[in-house]
Design a protein. Structure first.
Lengths: 173, 312
């Protein structure tokens, strides 16, 4: 049951607090010590990309900028590095959102992959341009994992919006 | 039709165009990037955001540290006893040297006074716990649990029980960021213990260090220990930094490529000691006065006296 514009399943309206909660949860996931494992996804990029595709009226470049600033400070990286990548990511995924949701989930993931990969690549290029060390190829595994996570992320993040399958005939909506 | 309002109805209001917003945010991000990197004047912004982020980050690190704690707690009794007896043994081994250290230091001080050499600085500091490694994959930094509240300032060196670990580069209210000596282009002025050669050792970013600016025929051997030379006003002289593991001498280049590994457990977790900042060096002598340091000053004075005598 994939809720797209073409499917017959209607979603409940999104709750703003849930968007906020999921973004904060993504930041917390990024803070976990597991973030040092090779190929760990950048949860913030994934969730931000998801919401800017789904709810581009609510989550956009402003959120991307603020989250980027948080991640920059938390990472100890140069200020503006995550901001730049996330803002571009939010912009491109917002502009793709009208097209993207017509596809089935696997094809959505395939289309999102270049965006997530680009966000990672931009950060690497920014830092390498100013003389940082090369982080190793495992740095570029993360966007691939994020792409694979697109399908479970869609399921989890849309969970509060699903309506019960068996509906009460007295209450059609 | 009381009055025709030319503004669009409020439900069409969408703020500025996306492209305008994008330009705005990209411009700010790039400006932040350049200003932070080149001028380092955004520390206040960073500190205030860190004040928000730091508690969350500490909480997020708790599961990991709990697991560590449990693993430590459940460590076998045998292992602990073994470690204990080894430590006692080591203590006994170093006891003769340590017991005479006080007397030696006193003697050294007296001799230095006799020679009219400036007194050796004492190394004091405070112990700090490494909280976590900074997530940035482009650099090697750790965060410790002491900050402005404990009087830490940027530039202080950090050591562990074996040698130099790194240097404090940023200070937050309750934590501080230490850049490890293995970070790319983190430089430590060193001296080879065996030959007394002075040089600078640079981090390579892959966990190794490189001793640069040594001529291809320099007297360096595999196994040489490098200690801080103290020529900067940051590190006190005499702390072990690295050990030479590999030397590539290629006559095509004028410098040898000398690779070293850090002596201290640089990439390990645990406790480190943040040393107090050194007393500021005496002001640099004027350009003509020779090579620098105390001796330079005195030489300059002597030259002046001579000139004065000659002119008389």
């Amino acid at each position: 049951m994939q809720p797209t514009f073409s499917s017959s399943r209607i979603l409940l309206p999104v709750r703003p607090w849930f968007i906020f909660f999921s973004l904060i949860a993504a930041v917390a996931l990024n803070f976990l010590p597991t973030a040092h494992w090779p190929g760990m996804p950048d949860w913030v990029a994934l969730v931000l990309c998801f919401w800017s595709v789904r709810e581009f009226r609510r989550v956009g470049m402003g959120w991307a900028f603020i989250l980027g600033l948080l991640m920059d400070v938390a990472d100890g990286s140069v200020l503006g590095q995550h901001c730049f990548a996330y803002v571009l990511l939010a912009y491109v995924s917002t502009s793709l959102s009208r097209r993207l949701l017509w596809f089935p989930l696997a094809q959505q993931a395939l289309q999102v992959m270049p965006l997530l990969f680009g966000a990672q690549l931009i950060q690497a290029l920014m830092r390498l341009a100013v003389g940082a060390e090369f982080p190793g190829w495992s740095y570029f595994i993360a966007p691939l994992i994020e792409t694979l996570l697109w399908i479970p992320a869609t399921f989890v993040l849309l969970l509060p919006q699903y309506r019960p399958v068996e509906q009460d005939p007295d209450r059609p909506i | 039709m009381a009055g025709i309002d030319h503004a669009p109805p409020p439900f069409f209001k969408r703020g500025p165009a996306p492209l305008a917003l994008l330009t705005f945010y990209v411009a700010i991000s790039l400006a932040l990037f350049v200003v932070d990197l080149r001028f380092r004047s955004l520390d206040l912004l960073r500190q205030s955001i860190a004040l928000l982020v730091d508690p969350v980050q500490r909480v997020a690190q708790t599961p990991g540290s709990l697991v560590d704690y449990a693993a430590n707690y459940l460590q076998g009794m045998r292992e602990l006893q073994h470690e204990n007896s080894e430590l006692k043994h080591a203590q006994l081994n170093t006891a003769p040297n340590l017991q005479r250290l006080l007397q030696l230091e006193a003697e050294n001080e007296r001799l230095r006074k006799l020679l009219a050499v400036k007194e050796r600085e004492k190394a004091n500091g405070q112990v700090a716990q490494i909280l976590y490694t900074a997530r940035d994959p482009f650099s090697r930094k750790v965060i410790v649990d002491k900050g402005q509240q404990s009087g830490i300032v940027a530039g202080q060196p950090a050591i562990d029980e074996a040698g130099v670990v790194g240097q404090v580069t940023r200070v937050f209210p309750f934590s501080a960021e230490i850049t490890l000596i293995t970070d790319k282009d983190q430089a430590v002025p060193v001296q080879i213990v065996r030959s007394g050669h002075r040089s600078v050792v640079f981090g390579l970013g892959n966990g190794q260090l490189e001793l640069r600016y040594m001529p291809a025929n320099a007297d360096v051997q595999v196994g040489d220990i490098l200690v801080t030379s103290g020529l900067d006003s940051v590190y006190l002289p005499g702390f072990p930094v690295a050990k030479v593991v590999n030397i590539e001498r290629d006559s095509a280049y004028s410098f040898a490529r000398i690779f070293c590994v850090p002596v201290a457990g640089v990439e390990n977790f645990g406790e480190i000691m943040v040393l107090d900042p050194r007393q500021p060096l005496p002001p640099a002598p004027p350009e003509s006065a020779g090579r620098g340091g105390d001796i330079g000053d005195k030489a300059a004075l002597r030259q002046k006296k001579k000139r004065a005598a000659k002119s008389n």
